[in-house]
Design a protein around this ligand. Structure first.
Ligand SMILES: *Cc1c(COP(=O)(O)O)cnc(C)c1O
Length: 320
């Protein structure tokens, strides 16, 4: 098995969040934020830890082009573009849909073009067909004499999950008595790696609507029984790409108490899931709780109008 290639400086910091903890009804020392949003590469985020393993494998295979898939506002795609730039590899991003004006020129797409990635728009159709389109793109690149390396959707595979076995080990070294780690569950590799390091009982995943079977997906990647996993599915709302008011309210509370910015698709949902877990007693005072800040800030700028409108309306009410 190939080695990883470092793309950032580790460990990331872990910081107390006493004002947010108090707002939730926890004790002053209970709530901590693991700052995996502070990455040295491309705006940072959880995909950096996974990509270190994929670019290691790509380099061992002699690849000259990275290919991956995602939604147009994919943080994983943006960080793949940044990793390619850092290592001098070409990058092709395969996105569903067409380059319409709404999608173009906002959030992560701006960064994708700054990093010099090419975007292949796959057209309308089932997102499950994206993987096949990406394989066709690889085939075409090979025909042109390139050596493509395909990174799976979200960087989630047993190889990518290794990055979060390491992330979980960092948390354990920083806070040995951690009782809960709360994490956004997208394509599942991040939670799978954390479960590998910390055990299923200490990791709470908050489903973001990116996959159909969240627990089975994580279980498959982690090699554990799906029934052993703690997964909340109450923050998806109307779907993955659709903003959900409780999430924006949680984002506003985190921002107003700690100066921490979350995104509306992943980390905001994870924070709303943490609020719900404290409300229903799954997490309680006196239990050391780590919120994994997995990045995603550029994604906020792919939804600015809705976020601004909803948060302004919330601001005219009292914070809850
Ligand atoms: C992708 C992503 C996640 C989810 O990670 P998975 O490993 O795909 O489950 C969480 N937060 C952010 C900001 C992400 O971009």
């Amino acid at each position: 098995m190939s080695d990883k290639i470092a793309l950032s400086t580790w460990p990331t910091p872990i910081e107390r969040a006493p004002r947010l903890g108090a707002e939730l009804g926890l004790r002053e020392d209970d709530l901590w934020i693991k700052r995996d949003d502070l990455g040295g590469l491309g705006g940072g985020g959880n995909k950096v830890r996974k990509l270190e393993w994929f670019v290691g494998a790509a380099s061992a295979a002699g690849a000259d082009t990275l290919v991956t898939t995602g939604a147009a506002q994919s943080n994983h795609a943006r960080l793949t573009a940044a990793a390619g730039a850092r290592l001098g590899l070409d990058v092709v991003l395969v996105f569903p849909g067409t380059p319409d004006r709404a999608a173009h020129g906002s959030g992560n797409l701006v960064l994708d073009s700054l990093f010099g990635a090419r975007v292949h728009w796959a057209g309308e159709g089932a997102p499950s067909g994206l993987g096949r389109v990406a394989e066709d793109v690889c085939e075409q690149l090979r025909g042109e004499g390139a050596r493509p390396f395909l990174i799976p959707f979200g960087g989630s595979s047993p190889l990518g999950a290794r990055g979060y076995v390491e992330g979980g080990q960092e948390v354990l070294a920083q806070l040995p008595d951690v009782a809960h780690v709360v994490v956004a569950l997208g394509s599942g590799g991040t939670m799978a790696g954390l479960v590998g390091a910390l055990g299923a009982e200490r990791v709470l995943g908050v489903h973001c609507g990116a996959v159909d079977e969240p627990a089975a997906t994580v279980a498959g990647l982690a090699g554990v029984d799906p029934g052993s996993l703690r997964v909340r599915t109450d923050q998806v709302g109307a779907g993955y790409g659709v903003l959900h008011e409780p999430v924006l309210a949680a984002m506003r509370t985190a921002a107003a108490t700690e100066g921490i910015v979350l995104d509306p698709v992943y980390t905001g949902r994870a924070m709303a899931g943490l609020f719900a877990a404290v409300r229903d007693g799954d997490i309680g005072p006196g239990q050391r709780t780590v919120f994994l800040h997995s990045g995603g800030l550029p994604g906020l700028f792919g939804h600015t109008e809705t976020v601004h409108r909803t948060v302004s309306a919330l601001s005219s009410r009292k914070p809850s």
